[in-house]
Design a protein. Structure first.
Length: 346
């Protein structure tokens, strides 16, 4: 091969290589182009092999052309490589773009369950009068749940509490919070002002006003000279705080084995304000709790001398109070925990 032919071939390769470099779509393709023109077995290298066949005087000249072509292709490859990197970065940035002006996702905020909130409201009112919260066990013994509350075995009054028994000697799920009275009397000394909120259990068919699991708040006051009038005054304050200051109240005779006398405490119907409606059985009154003067037998079981001390007690169903406060007509709603229901109490 002579100088002219070789030079012409190199120039054609330069043109081909520059087109190929420009057309490389990504880094891998560019590398491929580099290898095929400039690599050890590349087209340009291949041509330079023939340099040995040239006259000695021509060799430096073809060497200069070859270097120039190689340099031009290398330089074009560097430029192309930078362009490809820049384009790749550009598209990655575009894909990862975060729009900082997009509104955030709202985090759902929880709120207090209406039953817990009602217990807190009850605690708060009695707390103003010095009542301190105590808690007794949910699994009770028969003696404390019944016998010490003046309800001996086989006493017909046991029918008031359909009991769920636990498979342990004489234990049961407490049917009311009243056994807490015995525990407080045994653990503390008068004057006593105790509030006992807690979960209770009964073997009941479930309907809009009955559950087999529900909450009560029990109250107990024991001191010298405690009277039914004190009880009435306290309960009036409570009723006015929860249901409105203008609401009339009344005591009706009632029966509980652990109080004597026993009363039912009524407030003017919160639905019809006393006019009479289906919610109050057209009486204009709603019973919100049971109460009475602690029976001397119960005081004695509590280790308290009934000759010196008197006490009153009361007990209320929290679901019932919550229903009246919020106009809820089915107590099952409190157990279902449907967020659409609960969200209304925020
Ligand atoms: N323990 C009663 C019940 O579950 C409620 C009650 C009535 C509690 C009168 C009392 C009370 O402390 O004096 O139905």
């Amino acid at each position: 091969m002579d100088l002219e032919t070789m030079t012409a071939q190199l120039e054609r390769l330069r043109a081909d290589a520059l087109v190929a470099v420009e057309g490389a779509a990504d880094a891998a393709a560019l590398e491929q182009v580099h290898v095929s023109f400039l690599g050890r077995k590349g087209a340009i290298t291949e041509i330079l092999r023939g340099i040995a066949g040239l006259d000695a005087a021509d060799r430096p000249r073809i060497g200069a052309v070859a270097n120039d072509v190689r340099g031009a292709v290398e330089a074009a490859a560097v430029v192309r490589d930078e362009a490809l990197r820049a384009a790749e970065l550009e598209s990655r940035l575009a894909a990862e773009t975060v729009d900082v002006t997009t509104p955030g996702r709202r985090v759902a905020r929880g709120s207090r369950h209406p039953i817990a909130e009602t217990v807190a409201a009850i605690d708060e009112v009695f707390g103003r009068f010095g009542f301190v919260v105590h808690e007794g066990p949910e699994i009770e013994d028969d003696v404390t749940n019944f016998q010490m509350l003046n309800i001996p075995a086989d006493h017909p009054a046991r029918d008031l509490w359909a009991t769920l028994y636990v498979d342990i000697d004489d234990h049961l799920l407490r049917t009311h919070t009243s056994p807490g009275q015995i525990r407080v009397m045994r653990e503390t000394r008068p004057p006593i002002r105790a509030l006992l909120p807690g979960r209770c259990f009964r073997y009941e068919a479930v309907d809009a006003s009955h559950a087999f699991e529900f909450f009560q708040v029990e109250g107990l006051m024991v001191d010298e000279g405690t009277s039914l009038a004190d009880l009435r005054g306290l309960l009036d304050e409570f009723a006015h705080a929860l249901f409105g200051a203008a609401r009339a109240t009344r005591f009706r005779p009632g029966y509980y084995p652990f109080t004597e006398p026993s009363v039912a405490f009524d407030v003017e119907c919160v639905v019809c304000d006393g006019g009479g409606c289906p919610a109050c059985g057209r009486t204009g009154w709603m019973t919100i709790l049971g109460a009475g003067m602690v029976h001397p037998v119960v005081l004695r079981y509590g280790g308290i001398d009934p000759e010196r001390y008197q006490g009153f007690a009361f007990g209320m169903g929290v679901e019932r109070i919550a229903m009246l406060r919020h106009g809820v007509h089915d107590l099952r709603l409190f157990m279902e925990n449907d967020l659409r229901f609960l969200e209304q109490f925020r």
